[in-house]
Design a protein around this ligand. Sequence first.
Ligand SMILES: [Zn+2]
Length: 294
Amino acid sequence: MSDSVVRALLDEPNLKVSVAVLGEVARDARRRHSLAPASASLFAQGLVGGALMASLGKGSTRINLQLECDGPLRGFFVDAATDGDIRGFVKNPSLDVELASGVFQWRAALGNSGFISVLRDVGGEFYRSSVELISMRFGDDLNHYFATSDQVPTRVAITVQRNAEEALGHVAGVLIQLLPSGDEAALKKLAGDLEARLHDACEKLPTLTAAALCSELFPQARQLLDTPVKFACTCSREKALATLQALGADEVQDIVDTMGSTAVTCQFCGTKHEVTLPDLWEILAALGRPVRPN
Ligand SMILES: [Zn+2]
């Protein structure tokens, strides 16, 4: 795994920069959730957006980045932590639409209206904000989110590019944010052609890593931190059993009577937690229901 987010400083104009490369994570997500091409590509953008936003946090910050839309994708959910763990899901995993080129390229997937909502968990304190989608291009709408919801001038660019046979070949993003007493004109200038420069840099680099991409885009940057990013979930078999127990004795008895065993599939990571008949008996016993082995 070589995916990571690099945090860096541009001293002269006083800007902070995060650069993310998430090809492995995006392909891992595609495999876990069996995502069709359009679902996989849009979710890859969401993962990059989530990782970049989480990189702005300190300590044990988590962000939940949610896209909701009226198009057939319906939306996605990304849960990203400052320490590099990321997970999430797409509401419609099977979307395989023909995508146009140009600024309307994602309308077939996203439709014509929707929202980006962000929930920030900063050490147990929650901050929520949301904006309406206006351009129906995720990167542009994320910039719109920052412009309307965040007090600090911030620009972001995201790219998902094919590399040979691999549709999720280059999955990367950049975020630039003004520091106190930073030069806002310099930020705007850098942001002007950021997406095009990101695209070209991904094509040019022989090995795409966040550190190499940061050096290519901002040769003068002082790189401070390179945090590995991986698709990781907090689910477990114990939590799956607790979920079943929460259904109550009648429901669990019904599973015993009709199926004999079951599985709880985690929405966030696709892991299937198998639940055997003895597990179900144990749950029934814990719920105070006499066990009736057949
Ligand atoms: Zn999970």
